[in-house]
Design a protein around this ligand. Structure first.
Ligand SMILES: [Cu+2]
Length: 145
């Protein structure tokens, strides 16, 4: 008897067959929720909010918080937004504007433009204030048609 996770994977694989978009297995993507986070070697990035939520096709606005690994908010960090579709092998084409919010360590990314249905990996390249330290964090979402 397969575990619940295996059943999910089988269901998703069989439902992919007739679809024109592909997201790989569920393990390949994040499930959006407020507080969803990833960390690199120096920083942790967490979702404060997303419009719409979960992320959808075309225009998205994301509010993220950036802290160091001790939870100290990073103000005045540089944030580059680099979306790509790993299965299709192409990048996004619409640049994001990044704006510091009033709250410490919070940034608004607008738009995060996801132009097609399928698996999107949104890489955030964070440059700390001293401009010497870089880190990269990636959120991956399955975008439905
Ligand atoms: Cu694509």
């Amino acid at each position: 008897m397969p575990s619940e996770g295996e059943q999910d994977r089988q269901a998703s694989e069989s439902s992919d067959e007739g679809d024109t978009f592909a997201c790989g297995t569920p393990e390949d993507s994040d499930i959006y929720r407020v507080g969803l986070w990833h960390e690199g070697s120096r920083v942790r990035v967490a979702f404060v909010d997303a419009f719409p939520a979960p992320p959808q096709l075309y225009d998205n606005t994301w509010i993220i918080s950036i802290t160091d690994l001790d939870g100290v908010p990073l103000n005045d960090a540089g944030v580059e937004v680099l979306p790509s579709m790993p299965i299709h092998g192409h990048k996004g084409s619409v640049p994001s504007e990044v704006r510091s919010m009033e709250q410490p360590g919070q940034y608004q990314l607008d738009p995060v433009y996801l132009a097609m249905a399928g698996l999107w990996a949104v890489e955030l390249r964070i440059t700390e204030t001293d401009a010497l330290a870089h880190d990269t964090v990636t959120f991956t979402f399955c975008i439905e048609p």
